[in-house]
Design a protein around this ligand. Sequence first.
Ligand SMILES: [Cu+2]
Length: 118
Amino acid sequence: MSLATAFKALALSLTFSVSASVFAHTGLKESSPGQGAVVTEPVGEITLSFTGPVRLVKVEMISVDAGAVDLDFLPSIGPGTDFEVGVPPLQPGQYRVDWMAMGADGHKITGQFEFSRR
Ligand SMILES: [Cu+2]
């Protein structure tokens, strides 16, 4: 194999492994409240649904006006796709949720969403 051929083969395999890991990546399918939601009913819990099994390792919520909100959250022990996190009664205002999960492929994934409570 010539050096040029070997280099092409290497470039091809790198391209393939990068795109394969992107497509295999687990992500957030939906949340409740959803991104940008305006909620007029009490929010008893946050739910997170993922496209594949993950361990949910961190969920934090902040009130834009009042800072951190104490959540009833414990990191998941086994993998799952749907999670519920209890929240205390919320004052009207803008809220942001930051989450971190570990996918079955060992990749750490993070995300956030915002909603407002009227
Ligand atoms: Cu991944």
